[in-house]
Write a protein that binds this ligand. Structure first.
Ligand code: HEC
Length: 100
């Protein structure tokens, strides 16, 4: 159930990403686009929300895994992080870390 919901969200978001001829959109890019509604486009927050771009991938992975395990207190990120597998967290972190 959860998986299919996530999948349809991804499909919807992927459909919103303009198809650039010949350009591959990575899975990390598609997954990370779910973060931008709260953290700002490309993770560049315009407001109170923390920015999440350009952070070293290992540090993002650690933060997300701590949210997932409940080690790091959160209001929404704990629930959000639980929706991703460890592989997906690595792909998201890798993508976000490369945004300048
Ligand atoms: C519903 C809004 C929302 C979405 C979607 C969301 N976040 Fe968050 N994020 C938050 C909030 C709020 C916090 C502050 C911690 C808390 O209260 O949960 C946070 C904190 C974080 C932090 C810690 C930043 C810091 O400097 O303390 C990271 C990293 C992060 N989010 C990454 C992500 C990633 C990656 C995604 C997408 C997979 C994502 N977030 C999606 C709302 C969101």
């Amino acid at each position: 159930m959860r998986k299919s919901l996530l999948f349809s969200m991804i499909t919807m978001l992927a459909a919103g990403i303009p198809a650039v001829a010949g350009a591959e959109v990575s899975r990390g890019a598609i997954l990370a686009s779910t973060c931008f509604s709260c953290h700002g486009t490309d993770g560049k927050s315009p407001g109170d929300m923390p920015s999440i771009y350009g952070v070293p991938a290992e540090s993002l992975v650690k933060t997300l895994q701590d949210f997932k395990s409940g080690m790091r207190p959160a209001t929404v990120m704990d629930r959000h992080a639980k929706g991703y597998s460890d592989d997906e967290i690595h792909e998201i972190a890798d993508y976000l870390s490369k945004i300048k």
